[in-house]
Design a protein around this ligand. Structure first.
Ligand code: PLP
Length: 441
């Protein structure tokens, strides 16, 4: 989209575009949200359950290949944690009250790659490995998958290639798991990708190709590399159903954790979930799973950087991947490297249309203030991108009154749980943590 006339028409139809363009805080309520439970032709809960079963089959492999997963029996999962000190700090600083409880979903601490990408990314590579091993008659679904750690499997996988385009964390997850299994793996990294991520991957034998352009270009080149090569599997961050269902497994696990912690979710006990959003696959997968389980009792909001509100833009206008943040004059430049995406996934945006409650934007200076506060108050380090979730409850309470009223939630806010999804941080090296903590905003 770069036809001036079309853009002008959009501005008159969606006045919020002006606020996005002038970098005001935007809280957008999705008018296409449906109350009843919505299913999809493209993805079903059965797919998500199959993915959970596949991850369970792989647990014996992960336990031996990544000893750090032994304590969780080879299951890649994170805790939920109440962050009361952070809650008090926010209430004090903002002079607001956050009714209900404030919890953190600790995906920054996921084993193997320390970000939400350890869900979808690792899942898709494992599924691909399973398919190949079964095709070659070397594996059956009833086997103990720890045999995949044997040399003969590495020899098999070394004849195959995996490629991906990424702003960093997806590349990290795909690179680490693919190299461990024995695949030849190439990661196409956008200009935003941090140097340490490239260094770490190269140290594990991953080929890293660097670009001076943004995410979309890195992805397009990954896709091109795989074209016409039947031995090469392209992990498509914009369109992959496997990635998506890998992320969605988180919903089944969260349901269990809520039950264990005696946290009710029903019409009188609303659950609000705030997820940082880049291209959409990670937060979209989680949102899909949660909506399938909790229906109208879960309210999901995506947070995006002011310079990269691609999902908000695509969903609000209904144009999805036919519009980019540059079309409204935004740069897609942000310190939230994991969210530096200018054009959203159409696959995810369309799926989210009847499910997502809304989106909001957040500026980089909030991300750094939150990073410091979370470290000081809760002793938790999360990378800048992950703090886009923290802004969610603040914006809902300050700007989202209309949503609360329309949904009839006011009487039940006391019983609410606000779950901030922390999407990354554990792999960030110490020197960079110090740098982030000292960033003046
Ligand atoms: C990738 C990423 C996200 C967003 O996931 P998308 O699938 O790109 O929407 C959020 N936070 C972090 C830290 C990430 O790396």
């Amino acid at each position: 989209m770069n036809n001036n006339c079309q853009i002008k028409k959009l501005y008159s139809e969606f006045p919020l575009l002006l606020d996005l363009e002038s970098q005001k805080y935007v809280f957008w309520i999705n008018r296409k949200l449906q109350q009843q439970k919505v299913t999809s032709k493209q993805v079903s809960m059965k797919d998500v359950e199959e993915a959970a079963a596949r991850l369970a089959r792989f647990s014996s492999y992960l336990k031996v290949a990544f000893p750090e997963t032994a304590i969780s029996n080879g299951i890649i999962e994170s805790n939920i944690k109440e962050i009361s000190n952070m809650k008090k700090l926010i209430e004090g600083r903002r002079a607001i009250r956050i009714p209900g409880r404030l919890l953190l979903k600790c995906d920054h601490a996921l084993p193997i790659s320390g970000s939400i990408k350890a869900r979808g990314g690792i899942y898709e590579v494992l599924k691909h490995a399973e398919t190949l091993a079964i095709q070659h008659g070397m594996l059956s679904m009833r086997d103990d998958y720890s045999i995949l750690n044997e040399k003969r499997f590495k020899e098999l996988f070394s004849q195959y290639k995996i490629t991906v385009g990424s702003t960093g964390n997806l590349g990290l997850s795909i690179g680490i798991i693919s190299a461990k299994l024995g695949f030849q793996v190439t990661v196409h990294m956008s200009a935003d990708a941090k140097q340490w991520k490239k260094d770490l991957l190269r140290s594990q034998g991953v080929e890293v190709i660097e670009y001076e352009e943004d995410y979309s270009v890195a992805v397009a080149n990954g896709r091109k590399e795989a074209e016409g090569d039947s031995t090469c599997h392209f992990i498509d961050d914009e369109n992959s159903k496997d990635l998506f269902v890998g992320y969605a497994v988180a919903a089944l696990r969260l349901q269990e954790q809520l039950t264990t912690n005696k946290i009710k979710v029903d019409a009188k006990h609303p659950l609000f979930v705030y997820l940082p959003c880049g291209v959409g696959g990670g937060p979209g997968g989680v949102a899909f799973g949660l909506k399938q389980i909790f229906g109208p009792n879960v309210h999901i909001f995506f947070g995006e950087p002011m310079q990269s509100p691609c999902m908000l833009l695509g969903m609000m206008t209904g144009l999805h991947d036919e519009i980019a943040v540059s079309d409204i004059g935004l740069t897609n430049e942000t310190e939230a490297d994991g969210l530096a995406v200018g054009r959203p996934s159409k696959f995810v945006g369309t799926l989210m249309e009847p499910m997502l409650s809304g989106c909001y934007t957040v500026d980089d200076s909030f991300l750094f203030r939150s990073l410091k506060a979370m470290y000081e108050q809760e002793n938790i380090f999360m990378e800048p991108s992950a703090h886009a979730g923290v802004f969610g409850p603040i914006q809902l309470l300050c700007e989202g009154q209309q949503y609360i009223e329309e949904q009839g939630l006011q009487p039940y806010l006391q019983n609410a749980v606000h779950l901030v999804w922390s999407t990354g941080g554990n792999m960030v090296p110490e020197h960079l943590r110090q740098q982030y903590l000292q960033t003046e905003v």
